[in-house]
Design a protein around this ligand. Sequence first.
Ligand code: BES
Ligand code: MN
Ligand code: ZN
Length: 504
Amino acid sequence: MKISIARADAAGHQTPLLAVPVLDGDAQDAAFTSLDGALGGQLAALVQRGDARGAFGTTTLVFPASGAERVLLIGVGKGAELTTERLRRAAGSAAKQAATSRVGAVSFALPASAVPVADAARAVAEGLVLGAYDFRELKSADPAKPAPVALESATILVGEGTDEAAAAEGARVGEIIARAENLARDLGNLPGNVATPTYLAETAERIGRERGMKVTVLGPKELEAEGMNALLAVAQGSAQEPRLMILEHRGGAEGEKPLVLVGKGLTFDAGGISIKPAQGMEDMKFDMCGGAGTLAAMQAIAELDLPLNVVGIVPSSENLLGSKAMKPGDILRAHGGKTIEIVNTDAEGRLILVDAISYAKRYEPAAMLDAATLTGACVIALGHAATGVMGNDDALVREVIAAGESTGERCWQLPMFDDYREQIKSDYADLKNSGGRPAGTITAGWFLREFVGDWPWVHLDVAGTAYGDGKISYLSKGSTGVPTRIFVQWVMDRAAARGQTAGA
Ligand code: BES
Ligand code: MN
Ligand code: ZN
């Protein structure tokens, strides 16, 4: 989608669809007031009558006699409470309306607010690109319906005195991040028979080719030579070969310690011999969303040319029940040498992750984040409203939570009391792969931590946030793209903290 910034008056602005925010309160924004003046008070009358409202999340479609063909009035709440997430959602509503109205262009009147204009324009760009996403590649065209119209161009209208260059830069960044996030959504939504470990590895290689990143892919032979027996054990129940992908963005100084992003790329989780119930098992195609977000974040990080070294690592396999499948009671030696007793083959995510985490230590990471649809317990604890986070470094946990707040991908910290660690002690091996039901998210976190050692690390359990019902305006049913934005934002924040800027 081509997104441009224009310092133009909403009144008389020609476009198939003009999105205009409505504030909850007396004073409306300049764009609304000006457009209302040109339309003889029609808009204010709608608000007066309650046909259009400023309440956050409400929309009213108006067909004015002149100017834009359609005006979408979008309630954004009180001016003082305006946030980037509210703007992102407003822009998502505009993109959805464009699809419904079958128009290929939209203009969005950016309201003046306390939100810095670069952040506001970025959020609107993200909302538009995310909202325009439509996963229909595996559906046959319905001959009875007209073909969908893609949203190809968007204009963000800014008011007098706005720093247009800052707005344009914000929109550029937002478009890059949201386009990457849509790639993550595609990978998540693709079914297990398409998005296999090999497919993810080919995607990683394509991203590397397009963005000039070094990409290394390890297959069964290399994994064996590396001693990545936990990943191999999970994969051995399936005909699909496992892969480990490593993407390296060299934006920082030579020799500078990298940030490492790790994502679970389990392309279908049947549970293995400890098989899952049939009900809802199809959702386990989303078990690679952490990996998808990692690949997508690496694409955006490379495209933004962020001035840090960043390594993305994705272990990928299926978890099935073939005759060679690992069994409860099996004991295996993971990368790095620790032995693990398998007590539940459905606790496979942590197995493929610890091999990747152990592998990552050779990079001497300045800090490491991992994201995984790791535990159903996290969905029970936090529902779909927040990603569960925990780590061995409180300052790093705070960085991740802050990145989540500013991108609308909310996180909530869970405690890593030593008590929980007891639950994963094994009688026969160094560790067992499940601590049972109590605090299942935290014991999974502790399991990972045993392999992290002292490297600064934070784990994100995205089981409740990586896919959903699509009730948020800029999303749709299925993959959400989480953790793409939070990963990219964290790297951007790290770069900014070093006093450097993107694209330098
Ligand atoms: N992929 C699942 C976790 C999951 C569940 C993600 C529901 C999204 C929605 C993971 O591999 C798993 O099966 N975890 C088990 C762990 C248990 C056996 C200790 C779980 O949560 O039940
Ligand atoms: Mn599982
Ligand atoms: Zn899983």
